[in-house]
Each structure stands twice: as structure tokens, then as C-alpha cells.
Design a protein around this ligand. Structure first.
Ligand SMILES: [Zn+2]
Ligand SMILES: [Zn+2]
Length: 425
């Protein structure tokens, strides 16, 4: 049996280390290296994503990989582990008891958010010296906590291997933000044999001490990059020779935000980035947009996605410019199995610090763990997305985000006890 204090201190130390060195989706080389080192140190079998993920299923991996690898090594990644990753981040670690029993897969997301952390003096990570050192990278969604919990849980359960049956697989998934990693892991078969699938999120607007056995209401989502190519020209002497990519993008952005609601369910769309033009006196030859669509049902999701694509193409036609689009991320919806959510609630009921448990939390966001949930359910298994409340200083993805670290011990204990209820000998 683990010691609460030892486990808590280990998670805090790890969480703060990951918080200081955040890495965006598909560039989590340092993070993957640290997980791999810890898992192999205790003698667990690991598999790097580079050994099982097929590159054609990888979505939205646009970063300069060489530069990110170099930074990871400077910041403490093991060059030997980096070599074994073959350019892809993420890994799975497994406890195979050798005894017949269920296969339980637990997923932890490891990437950061693309935003710059505040340097404000009231921000605890700044006060305690673990503020992010990587520009435009911040653990503003608590995945630093998820990773620390996953590593510590794997170690502690591994030491209890003789009391377990079946297999327990720990999936450290890259690129959850922008829904870019889950699909590749599912396509690679990471959960094909799972009887049970668990994942969780800290925070999500719920206070420390709250535990939800499951989550429903995930939105389908598609992430789209759009690029317009026009022709640059002298804006004073011969504007008629130009083809204006900026106007096409601006026109598309306004129309996208004016799409009528769907009768098939709630829809959302956002043009989050629009960069265009070269200089003041040049007809803008290029424009770049980052767009997302969301829908509560498959039909609503298809409706909003098609409307956005129609507008993008229509604007290209209107301004006689060329359009290229790329799908950079995709998530589906899934529901949590009540039977499994009830087991989690039962496990949570005896955890110190838990003062409220409920079966299902409603959700209005997206998570690419839904690919895994759906896959397991389609194969006849059960899946649930657990909600672990954590007090936060600001909303998720805000530059002042910080969470109550005590929630990590609650998450650890809920998962530990749930695994024993599913895989205990
Ligand atoms: Zn997030
Ligand atoms: Zn998140």
C-alpha cells in the first residue's frame, strides 16, 4: 500500500517540473523522455508511439521537429530515449500480471496549450519558480497534473502487481489540444483489446472534493487550417493586377461567424487566427486562418463543417484567389457507461477529501479521448470519462490558470481504487 505523503510529494514535484517545461502537441519529447525513464526505472514494459502509430493518422503535426528535439535535450531529455521515439511523442506502459483478467486502459494527455504564461507576481508558479520557460507554451489545462498522476499511478500499481489480474495499460497520449493525437492512437490499436477504458480531467469548473463517475455531452469537433493565395501588386499604380487574399479571408471570417444555427443540435464555430498581407502598399497576396467547428450531434457537426467549407470556397471564388485547406484535428462525441461510472463513484466514496460524488457531469467541450471511448464500446467494452474537481485560479486556457494540487491525490486514489475494483485478484 502506498503512503499518501510520499505519493503526493512525488506528484507535486513532477507536476511542477512539467509545468516549467511545457511542450505543444506532437513535440512532447522532453515529457515523453521523462515518463519513459521513470517507467523503465521501475521495470515496466513501454512502447513508444514511434513503434506503433502510423504517420498517416497523425493530425496537425506542423512544428519544426528538429528544433523541438534540440530544445528538449537542452532541457533535460535523454538523447537515448529521444532516439528510440523515432520522431513521434507519447507512449504506452503496461502491467501484464500474466493472470487471466480484464484489460484496463487508462489515458493521460501530456501536451500543453499554445499560450504564454503570465509573469504576474500573484501567480503561484511564478512565486515558487516553476513558471513556463518556453514561449507560447503553457500548461493551462492541467495536463502537467494528468501526466504526473499517470506516472505515479503506474509505478504504485506496478509495485502491487502480485495483487492484480489481467492487464493495466497506461496510455500517455500527445496532442489532445486541437484534437490531434487521440485518433492516431486509436488507429494504431492502442485500445483494441481493452475491456475497460478510463480517462479523466482535473478542474473543468468543479471545486476540489467533487468527483463525477462519468461525463456526457462532448461535442464533435473539426479543426481546419485555410490558406488563401492571391497575387501581390502595387496598391497605388496597378491594384487591378492584384488578387486580394486578405479580403477573401476577412469576408470568409465574417460569414463563418454568421452561419445560421442547425435544427439538429447546438453548433459552434470560431475563426481563432487570421494572418494576412505583406506590407502597407502591397495588395495582400496571402492569408492564413485557423478555424474550428463543433456540433452536439453528428448531423449538426456535418452541417456546420459543410457551411464553413462552402463559405471558404465561396470567398475564394469571389476574390479569384486560390484556397487550400487542411484538416488538423478531429474529435467525435461519446457517452460514459453508467455501470463503470458507478464503480468509479463507489471507489471515490471512500477517498479522503471527497465531499461530493455524482454520476455524470455535463460537458460543452471536446476531447479526443472520445475516439478511444467509442472504440472500446464498439468492441463490447465499457468506458468512462471521470471528472475530478480542482479549484482553479482562472479558466482553462487562460494565462493565469493554476489548479489546486491537492486534487492530484484525489485523482490518484480514485483511479487506484477503481483499478483494484476492476483488476484486483
Ligand atoms: Zn485544454
Ligand atoms: Zn485539457
Amino acid at each position: 500500500m502506498y503512503s499518501d505523503e510520499k505519493v503526493f510529494n512525488k506528484m507535486v514535484e513532477r507536476r511542477r517540473d512539467f509545468h516549467r517545461y511545457p511542450e505543444t502537441g506532437w513535440t512532447e519529447f522532453r515529457t515523453t523522455s521523462k515518463i519513459a525513464e521513470s517507467m523503465t526505472d521501475v521495470g515496466m514494459d513501454i512502447r513508444f508511439a514511434g513503434d506503433f502509430v502510423q504517420i498517416e493518422h497523425v493530425l496537425g503535426r506542423n512544428a519544426d521537429i528538429e528544433a523541438q528535439v534540440t530544445r528538449a535535450v537542452i532541457q533535460g531529455a535523454s538523447p537515448e530515449m529521444i532516439e528510440k521515439m523515432k520522431g513521434l511523442t507519447g507512449l504506452t506502459a503496461e502491467i501484464d500480471t500474466g493472470r487471466p483478467g480484464p484489460v484496463t486502459a487508462i489515458r493521460f494527455d501530456i501536451d500543453c496549450v499554445d499560450t504564454t504564461e503570465t509573469g504576474g507576481s500573484s501567480h503561484l508558479p511564478r512565486q515558487l519558480g516553476f513558471n513556463s520557460v518556453n514561449p507560447n507554451c503553457m500548461h493551462a489545462c492541467a495536463h502537467d497534473g494528468h501526466t504526473a498522476i499517470g506516472m505515479t499511478l503506474a509505478e504504485e500499481l506496478f509495485s502491487e502487481k502480485s495483487s492484480l489480474k489481467g492487464k493495466v495499460r497506461f496510455i500517455f497520449q500527445p496532442a489532445e489540444e486541437g484534437a490531434r493525437g487521440g485518433f492516431a492512437f486509436v488507429k494504431s490499436g492502442a485500445v483494441d483489446d481493452a475491456d475497460y477504458f478510463l480517462t479523466f480531467h482535473l478542474g473543468l469548473g468543479n471545486p476540489t472534493g467533487t468527483v463525477f463517475g462519468g461525463t456526457d455531452g462532448f461535442l464533435y469537433s473539426t479543426k481546419i487550417d485555410a490558406d488563401y493565395r492571391g497575387v501581390g501588386a502595387h496598391a497605388g499604380a496597378e491594384p487591378q493586377k492584384g488578387k486580394n487574399a486578405l479580403l477573401a479571408a476577412a469576408s470568409a471570417a465574417l460569414s463563418i461567424h454568421g452561419i445560421a444555427p442547425s435544427p439538429d443540435g447546438l453548433t459552434r464555430t470560431n475563426v481563432g487566427v487570421l494572418n494576412a498581407g505583406d506590407g502597407r502598399n502591397v495588395v495582400p497576396p496571402k492569408a492564413h486562418m485557423k478555424i474550428e467547428t463543433r456540433g452536439a450531434t453528428e448531423d449538426a457537426a456535418i452541417y456546420i463543417y459543410r457551411a464553413v467549407m462552402r463559405i471558404l470556397h465561396g470567398a475564394a471564388e469571389m476574390y479569384d484567389v486560390k484556397l487550400t485547406t487542411q484538416k488538423c484535428g478531429e474529435a467525435i462525441s461519446a457517452t460514459s457507461d453508467r455501470e463503470l461510472a458507478k464503480i468509479v463513484m463507489e471507489a471515490a466514496s471512500s477517498v479522503c477529501g471527497v465531499d461530493r460524488t455524482d454520476l455524470i457531469q455535463p460537458m460543452a467541450g471536446s476531447d479526443d479521448a472520445c475516439w478511444m471511448m467509442k472504440k472500446v464500446q464498439d468492441n463490447g467494452g465499457k468506458a468512462t470519462y471521470i471528472g475530478i474537481g480542482a479549484d482553479t485560479k482562472a479558466g482553462h486556457h487562460n494565462d493565469h490558470f493554476d489548479f489546486d494540487e491537492k486534487a492530484m491525490l484525489i485523482a490518484f486514489e480514485v483511479l487506484y481504487k477503481t483499478v483494484f475494483m476492476l483488476n484486483g485478484k
